[in-house]
Design a protein around this ligand. Structure first.
Ligand code: IPE
Ligand code: IPE
Ligand code: MG
Length: 248
């Protein structure tokens, strides 16, 4: 089945967010260690970034490491951090070649210094690219992000720079890590789990959700195109009636 040819290029989501889940289970199925699954997951990341460029998705946010993931066994956390450094270093020339701009959201200061440095270098090197913006959510959690936003707003109020009655949803949005990006229209979660796990709670307010049983290391271009097709077959009503949408 050629899913790509069925995609309507005029109705591609601008921003897709993905909870890349199931690496550990995938590895166990192969009789391997969980970390093997994380390594294989990098190949899926490479393909999905390419797929975004092919169909015209402008922003791709990948949930790569949550605040809660720090509580995993130390060996797994260390392996994930090492993999992150190695992958960014290895893939940066490729990102550049494909016009991909790298960005990151989350409590980045909590990452090991080597990760922060590698990340910053790649962000700088790819800063002028504009085909796809790849946003890695690292040491990210939505409750952490919203709490930070509230703290910054409270500080402005305290300093007399902002009146409480002037706070709107745009004010809150302005102090989120994602202030510079449009909200995702589509959120994908692999591995059969039907939960949001502290990911982009605010930004996904009106996103379409797509869940698949496929484990992240098996989630390749065709699976991604299938998700886009599912998105294109939905009616996004934003509180209106179906008649209001079709008569417009
Ligand atoms: C997702 O795969 C990657 C990260 C959370 C870093 P998991 O590691 O959660 O794999 P499962 O869900 O245990 O199979
Ligand atoms: C969510 O996956 C975080 C990432 C994909 C980075 P988890 O595997 O950590 O989520 P839960 O614990 O199953 O909800
Ligand atoms: Mg998981």
């Amino acid at each position: 089945m050629n899913y790509l040819s069925q995609i309507n290029k005029a109705n591609v989501p601008q921003h897709v967010a993905i909870i890349m889940d199931g690496n550990g289970r995938w590895a166990k199925q192969q009789g391997e260690d969980r970390v093997f699954g994380h390594h294989e997951g990098v190949n899926s990341v490479r393909e999905i970034v390419e797929a975004c460029a092919e169909v015209g998705v402008k922003y791709l946010t990948l949930y790569a490491f949550s605040t809660e993931n720090w509580n995993r066994p130390k060996e797994e956390v260390d392996a994930l951090m090492e993999l992150l450094v190695a992958t960014i270093s290895l893939e940066t020339p490729n990102l550049n070649k494909n016009g991909v701009k790298l960005q990151a959201i989350g409590d980045l200061k909590s990452l090991p210094q080597s990760c922060q440095d590698e990340l910053q270098e790649s962000i700088n090197i790819t800063a002028n690219n504009s085909k796809v913006t790849l946003i890695l959510a690292l040491s990210y959690s939505s409750k952490w992000e919203i709490t930070n936003s509230v703290k910054e707003i409270a500080q402005l109020v305290k300093e007399g720079k902002l009146k409480p009655e002037d706070i709107t949803s745009s004010t809150i949005q302005k102090y989120l890590c994602t202030a510079n990006y449009p909200d995702p229209e589509l959120m994908i979660r692999t591995s059969g789990e039907h939960r949001i796990s502290n990911f982009l709670l605010w930004q996904l307010a009106y996103a379409e959700f797509y869940f698949t049983e496929v484990l992240w290391p098996d989630f390749r271009k065709d699976e991604f195109f299938k998700a886009i097709l599912s998105y294109q077959n939905r009616e996004r009503r934003f509180g209106l009636t179906s008649d209001q949408i079709t008569n417009n």
